[in-house]
Design a protein around this ligand. Structure first.
Ligand code: NDP
Length: 344
């Protein structure tokens, strides 16, 4: 069936300015790290992406290594673009990244100019487009001069292969330095993509302050802690869940009895707010004004539909916030900085 976008797609989604830029992003964005590789069913991938767009999700996030195999999520999205979304290209914000292992040898990893620019060319081919909207350095490379990595982002923008530059998984200090370099080059840092959720609050230890000071937008990845902050695991580990998926990083062992008990308690608080646990977890991340968007993942259409409804009850009372903190105590799931390495 040929696709025609829903004419009401902008009726309910809220859009927020990304830092001090001119770019507005939907408060809920969709990431294609999991569930969009060659190993997944194409028709399901297509259904999720198109439903997301119909619900006002204009921002789709990729990286060179998303799959598996690496590169295949970009190919999947490229196919959807070609068959369905091509007429809507100017309504889309498509991002990709380079920084984790992508090809063998010294030029397929980390933060050199050689790697970043070659990788972007490969991404554009897989996506079948001339430019991405945002190109990210996926992680800080302590061995490469920051000037070189930021220079590669700036070159991508100057060459017209990206409209904006972004960074991901950088600490507060390197974020400040990267922002200063990019500003001097005339390509301000648009956005910082960081792991942030009820179960990982490290951005509160300085990073969010830097984003506020520098006028950089924040986009939070794994805001649902890969599904732990949903009703997915309240009773068992379903066979079709990420924790049971052999290609995923989330292990069955992450779903401990202690954690499930806490999730059940959070689920009750969410219920009192008229929300699901997932909706409350997303609203909690979005309450910080420095967060422009939450970057969700989804394995099925219904999850996207449920998650965009998180926007229906965005506020929290002090009592609710206190009760949430009391339930969680110091429970945190930080893991490695970016589990994406495991997939490449
Ligand atoms: P989430 O924390 O949103 O987890 C998504 C998973 O949660 C889904 O696949 C699904 O799991 C489950 N889920 C989502 N909604 C619901 C719901 N309403 N009810 C029940 N279960 C639900 O995010 P991801 O970990 O997928 O990451 C999101 C994006 O962030 C990535 O696609 C990527 O773009 C970006 N990212 C960036 C990184 C970086 O280093 N820059 C690192 C990691 C992610 P199930 O499959 O079990 O159904």
């Amino acid at each position: 069936m040929p696709y025609t976008a829903d004419s009401r797609r902008y009726d309910t989604m809220t859009f927020k300015r990304c830092g001090e830029s001119g770019l507005m992003l939907p408060t809920v964005s969709l990431g294609l790290w999991h569930n969009f590789g060659e190993v997944n069913v194409y028709e399901n991938c297509r259904a999720i992406v198109l439903r997301a767009f119909d619900l006002g999700i204009t921002h789709f996030d990729l990286a060179n290594n998303y799959g598996p195999p690496p590169g295949s999520a970009e190919r999947t999205f490229g196919r959807i673009l070609k068959t369905d979304l091509a007429p809507y290209r100017d309504e889309l914000v498509i991002s990709t990244k380079a920084g984790y292992t992508m090809w063998p040898g010294p030029y397929g990893d980390w933060g050199s100019r050689k790697y970043l620019l070659a990788s972007l060319d490969q991404s554009l081919k897989r996506l079948g487009i001339d430019y991405v909207d945002i190109f990210y350095s996926h992680r800080y490379d302590p061995e490469t001069p920051l000037e070189e990595t930021m220079g590669a982002l700036e070159a991508a923008v100057r060459q017209g292969k990206a409209l904006y530059a972004g960074i991901s998984n950088y600490g507060p200090e390197t974020t400040g330095n990267a922002a200063a370099l990019l500003r001097d080059m005339g390509t301000p840092c648009l956005i910082h993509q960081m792991r942030y959720s009820l179960l990982d609050r490290r951005p509160e230890e300085g990073l969010l302050d830097v984003l506020g000071e520098k006028g950089i937008g924040g986009i939070a990845f794994t805001p649902l802690a890969q599904g732990l902050l949903t009703d997915r695991y309240l009773h068992d580990v379903p066979d079709d869940s990420r924790a049971a998926d052999r290609y995923s990083f989330l292990s069955r062992g992450s779903v401990t009895e202690d954690l499930v008990g806490k999730m059940k308690a959070l689920n009750r608080i969410a219920g009192e707010r008229g929300q699901t646990l997932a909706q409350m977890a997303l609203a909690w991340v979005l309450k910080d004004p420095r967060i422009t968007s939450v970057l969700i993942g989804a394995s099925r259409v219904e999850q996207v539909e449920q998650n965009v409804r998180a926007l229906g009850n965005p506020g929290f009372t002090a009592d609710e916030l206190g009760r949430i903190d009391n339930v969680l105590g110091d429970t945190r799931i930080t893991g490695v900085d970016s589990p994406e390495e495991m997939l490449s």
